[in-house]
Design a binder for this molecule. Structure first.
Ligand SMILES: *Cc1c(COP(=O)(O)O)cnc(C)c1O
Length: 405
């Protein structure tokens, strides 16, 4: 594979080094036939792994029937998928999108429309969190808490301020009578795998209730069973007014959604929002299959059984390499390993050793494997990481990193 040659027609926003052509279970195969253990799942998307027979059959059957009709009409898979989503979230109404970022766009629009109906002069203020990630479109970027993602594209949408995640006082300090929504990930992903504390999320919910502010939870990454419940907020005993989901929702077919309570959802009326493709029969057939397979195979029970094993193995690596591994954190099969060295160094080294890892921020490795992962795969990962992270390299790497920073 000649990287320069195959890269030349793409706008260069990714540094890609591999060409994968096939997947099977928790493994991907490159164009040379080499096999890789995947701890990234296409960025927390391929929860059912690769080449799941039932999933593939569901898609094939739908392709034979109907792929697209537009949202001017109902389609069968979307009716069923809407039922699954509302049942799983405890929310009342759903809108299907093509991506996570579009789910965020819709959530922001819904929150603003809701505020507008209450007060035509509403300025639609939104409080978001530092180090959050909500997507790359102009609206989603406006609430993303990383300055260097936002800055080159300003001016973005107005009225957004950033509080410190897990710091309730910093949120309270930003609330004004113009605040219409607070948006946050229940478990920050790109920002470095930081779960919300119970105190913080209960406090934010209470604040929202007192002030008539909507709580938007972004579970695009941490939803769909990854943390051991269908949605992460279900661990905390709180409920959002608006929820966004995507990534594992279609397990590879591009689909996202935002869902809301009846009270909030009814703020939208015909003409307020739309999408040509969103929720089309193929995409929602994928959503249906995903929910059905989760149920049949009790995927969430499996996550709860296997996740402690992954965490234990990562903790063991930390004990063995305390010069370079600073912290292990996260929930379920969404774990982070904070390093004293650049994460990319380890990601690159792992790839050379047939292990796919992804980073989150500059010094955190993010473990978001397919949810069907088994002990033997974790053992395989552990053996590779143990080899890569051995002390001499680790000590040298850590010193070098400290000097550079
Ligand atoms: C990936 C992600 C998004 C954006 O989703 P896209 O499908 O890439 O547009 C938004 N929020 C969170 C928490 C994400 O992890």
């Amino acid at each position: 594979m000649d990287i320069d040659e195959i890269s030349k027609h793409f706008i260069h926003v990714y540094n890609r080094s591999k060409l994968f052509v096939k997947g099977e279970g928790v493994y991907l195969y490159d164009d040379m036939g080499s096999k890789y253990l995947d701890m990234g799942a296409g960025i927390a998307v391929s929860a059912l792994g690769y080449s799941n027979e039932e999933y593939k059959q569901g898609l094939k059957d739908q392709i034979d029937k109907l792929v697209h009709t537009s949202n001017l009409y109902f389609n069968e898979p979307s009716i069923k998928a809407a039922g699954y989503v509302t049942e799983a979230t405890g929310l009342d109404r759903v809108f299907f999108t093509n991506s996570g970022t579009e789910a965020i766009e819709g959530a922001i629009k819904l929150a603003r429309k809701y505020a507008y109906l209450k007060n035509k002069d509403s300025k639609g203020g939104i409080i978001a969190m530092e180090h959050s990630f909500h997507g790359r479109s102009m609206g989603a970027l406006s609430v993303t808490g990383t300055k260097h993602y936002r800055e080159p594209f300003e001016p973005l949408i107005g009225g957004v301020s950033f509080a410190k995640f897990n710091n309730l006082e910093s949120v309270k300090a930003l609330v004004t009578e113009d605040t219409c929504a607070i948006i946050m990930e229940t478990l920050q992903g790109e920002g470095g795998i930081y779960p919300a504390t119970q105190e913080f999320i209960t406090g934010v919910r209470k604040l929202c209730d007192e002030k008539g502010i909507l709580l938007i939870l972004d579970e695009i990454q941490c939803g769909m069973g990854r943390t051991g419940k269908m949605f992460t907020y279900q661990h905390y005993g709180v409920k959002p007014d608006i929820l966004t989901m995507a990534k594992a929702l279609g397990c590879g077919v591009p689909v996202g959604a935002f869902a809301a309570s009846e009270e909030v959802a009814k703020a939208m009326c015909p003409g307020d929002h739309g999408t040509t493709y969103g929720g089309n029969p193929l995409a929602t057939a994928a959503v249906c299959k995903v929910f059905e397979i989760y149920k049949d195979k009790d995927i969430i029970k499996h996550v709860n059984e296997i996740a402690p094993y992954l965490k234990k193995k990562l903790e063991t690596l930390k004990e063995q390499n305390n010069a370079i591994i600073k912290d292990i954190r996260g929930m379920g099969l969404m774990l982070g390993m904070e390093l004293n060295i650049p994460a990319n160094q380890v990601v690159t080294e792992a790839l050379k050793n047939n292990l796919i890892l992804i980073s989150a921020g500059s010094n955190i490795i993010r473990f978001v494997p397919p949810l069907i992962i088994e002990k033997e795969h974790i053992d395989e990962m552990y053996a590779i990481l143990k080899r890569i992270l051995h002390e001499p390299y680790g000590k040298r790497g850590a010193e070098k990193f400290k000097k550079q920073n």
